[in-house]
Design a binder for this molecule. Structure first.
Ligand SMILES: O=C(O)C(=O)C[C@]1(C(=O)O)C=C[C@@H](O)C=C1
Length: 96
C-alpha cells in the first residue's frame, strides 16, 4: 500500500545522502580555513542568510518553519563535524 511512496522516499534519501556527504566535504574545507585564520565556528549572519534564502525558494510557504528547523539542525551537526575536524588539526599541530 505504502510501497510506491516509500520507494520514492528511498530514491530521494539516496540523493540527500550524496548531497549531505558533499555538503560536509565543503564544511571540512571551511573548518580548516577557520582553524588557520582563527575564526569562530559559528557565523550567525550567514546562518540567517542561508535560512532566509532557502525559505524564499519554497513553492509552499507553509513549509517555511519545517525548512527552518531542517537547516538549523543541518547547521548544528555541520558545526559538530567542523569542531571534530578542528580538534584533529589541533592535535596534529601539538605533536609536531
Ligand atoms: O559558512 C560557514 O562559515 C560554514 O561553516 C557553514 C555553515 C553551514 O552549515 O551552512 C556552518 C556554520 C556557520 O555558522 C555558518 C554556515
Amino acid at each position: 500500500m505504502l510501497e510506491a511512496q516509500r520507494q520514492e522516499i528511498n530514491q530521494i534519501d539516496t540523493q540527500l545522502t550524496a548531497l549531505f556527504e558533499r555538503r560536509l566535504a565543503i564544511a571540512k574545507e571551511i573548518a580548516s580555513q577557520k582553524y588557520q585564520q582563527q575564526l569562530p565556528l559559528t557565523d550567525v549572519t550567514r546562518e540567517h542568510q542561508v535560512i532566509k534564502q532557502q525559505c524564499a525558494q519554497l513553492k509552499d510557504p507553509q513549509l517555511a518553519p519545517y525548512l527552518t528547523d531542517w537547516y538549523r539542525s543541518t547547521m548544528l551537526l555541520t558545526k559538530q563535524y567542523q569542531a571534530h575536524v578542528i580538534q584533529k588539526l589541533q592535535h596534529h599541530s601539538s605533536i609536531k
